[in-house]
Design a protein around this ligand. Structure first.
Ligand SMILES: Cc1ncc(COP(=O)(O)O)c(C=O)c1O
Length: 492
């Protein structure tokens, strides 16, 4: 029995019989409750898993719908070509339908989109032209303008025209909206998505408001997009660059009905990507950055509503696989100052330090002669050596102190490290966050030992932490890091 909707009768499995084609597997995506990232929030929050569509995104719904409409209107004929400017996902939806119906596809895609998306479109057999992102919307090299030109110049071709095609919102009015209504047994109180073309918000919003005008439709908008400001003030303004893909705009799309959306909220790249990664790690929901942005708004709203009877639903637009080289690539995140340092885990730092290949902990036994310990320090290029016995740290020696003692008195070389060692190093678990390490690194403790799966497995020195922080924070200081930001003020 479903604990959220106890009255729901058991339904027959959807795929009890073969489907006519893969297009029949589009839609009826599951509604999944959040459990861990919503901890402490009383309002139930559900995500609609559009990444489970066969092409991996919400845009699978509009591809066949656009082709159906063009065929029905007599604009698309056998052997014809479908042209579109796409940030990737609409291309996949169109390519899926085109593959089955026998059409050729040509897509233009802005160069800010991931390589994965370009390769994916090519894998479906499409011809792909990558266009510059940094051009104004009316520039001939803009991806939408270029698609328009190609469609005009290619015989027997149509422009899918997702930004103005009424078949786009109509697909969501006919499928996504009714699914949400049925899956929540009419109990949905808030729907949160974002606007690329606005097709999803418009189609779903229209349908849900017809069923119950009290349902609030909320749009997440990337910081840098012009949509929120336009909705609130009527001023179009200029967009500024942001990294989240597929949503937000530098112009207002014809398929976005502003009247359907009750409220817009802006979210920055960093918050969007951090939540996309948490949804994946903590909920098993492998989603892209735009879903992180939308989920961020959904959690804000659920917290404010604070009502166990409410039902907040957000859209999980596409699969995280499309963003492995960005949202799920720590190097890229760090280069772009997109990691929230408050969420850096010790395990992340260890991975970074060891380049993914942990060498284990370099240590000495208490009876090791100082001469050997110093040779060990040089061979391994380390500054601190923990002294271990039976898997426990009983003290530590540092290169600097050993050298100072030997210079004072060379007979020290033949004594054992236990006669000279300093206090044991503090031990932390690998799943704690960076702030726990910085608190422990004092003049007396130049390093901390990291326990993983019950065993001491690594060491983090002041130098390691500083190197990580300067990499992670280069160029930007945020106000989100209690206690150890800005890093100039870190006290060692
Ligand atoms: C990657 C991506 N594609 C598409 C959409 C939906 O866009 P549209 O407004 O075009 O329906 C979203 C989010 O809503 C998205 O994140």
């Amino acid at each position: 029995m479903n604990p959220y909707f106890p009255s729901s009768a058991a339904k027959p499995p959807r795929y009890a019989q073969p489907v006519g084609s893969i297009l029949d597997a589009i839609g009826w995506t599951p509604l999944v409750p959040l459990r861990r990232v919503s901890a402490g929030i009383r309002t139930p929050v559900f995500g609609k898993a559009e990444f489970m569509n066969p092409g991996g995104s919400v845009k699978d719904r509009i591809g066949p719908a656009i082709i159906d409409a063009a065929e029905a209107e007599g604009r698309l004929h056998p052997g014809g070509t479908v042209v579109e400017g796409t940030s990737g996902n609409t291309g996949v939806g169109l390519a899926l339908a085109a593959a089955i119906r026998g059409y050729r596809c040509i897509f233009t895609i802005p160069d800010k989109m991931t390589q994965e998306k370009v390769r994916l479109l090519k894998a479906y057999g499409a011809e792909v032209i990558v266009t510059p992102s940094a051009v104004p919307p009316d520039h001939p090299d803009n991806y939408v303008m270029m698609a328009k030109r190609i469609a005009e110049e290619t015989p027997n071709a149509i422009l899918a025209n997702q930004f103005y095609n009424p078949a786009n919102p109509a697909a969501h009015y006919a499928s996504t909206g009714p699914e949400l209504w049925e899956q929540t047994e009419g109990r949905i109180t808030h729907f949160i998505s974002a606007a690329g073309t606005g097709g999803t918000l418009t189609g779903v919003g229209r349908y849900l408001k017809e069923r119950n005008p009290q349902i609030r439709i909320v749009g997440g908008d990337p910081v840098g997009s012009i949509i929120r400001r336009y909705a609130e003030t009527g001023v179009k303004g200029e967009s500024t660059p942001y990294k989240v893909e597929g949503i937000g705009q530098d112009k207002i799309p014809g398929t976005l009905d502003m009247d359907v959306v009750d409220e817009w909220r802006s979210v920055d790249d960093r918050s969007a990507f951090a939540l996309a990664r948490r949804l994946t790690r903590e909920e098993g929901l492998f989603v892209g950055g735009s879903t992180g942005l939308i989920a961020h708004v959904a959690l804000q709203i659920a917290r404010e509503v604070d009502d166990p009877q409410a039902c907040v639903v957000f859209l999980m637009c596409d699969t995280g696989e499309r963003y492995l080289s960005k949202v799920f690539n720590e190097e890229w995140l760090r280069e772009n100052q997109l990691i929230d340092p408050a969420r850096i885990l010790v395990s992340d730092m260890i991975r970074d330090k060891d380049g993914g290949a942990p060498e284990g902990l370099i240590s000495v036994a208490p009876e090791t002669p100082v001469r050997r310990a110093l040779a060990f320090v040089t061979e391994n290029n380390v500054s601190q050596l923990p002294v271990l016995t039976g898997g426990d740290c009983v003290g530590h020696v540092s290169e600097a102190t050993l050298m100072a003692r030997v210079i004072e008195d060379t007979t020290v070389l033949d004594r054992s490290v236990q006669e000279l060692m300093d206090a044991p190093l503090p031990v932390i678990d690998s799943h704690v966050d960076l702030s726990a390490v910085t608190r422990l690194l004092t003049r007396r403790n130049p390093a901390v030992l990291v326990r993983h799966d019950g065993q001491l497995g690594a060491i983090l020195t002041r130098h390691d932490v500083l190197r990580y922080l300067t990499g992670a924070l280069e160029g930007g200081v945020t106000d989100t890091l209690p206690g150890y930001l800005p890093h100039r003020s870190v006290r060692w």
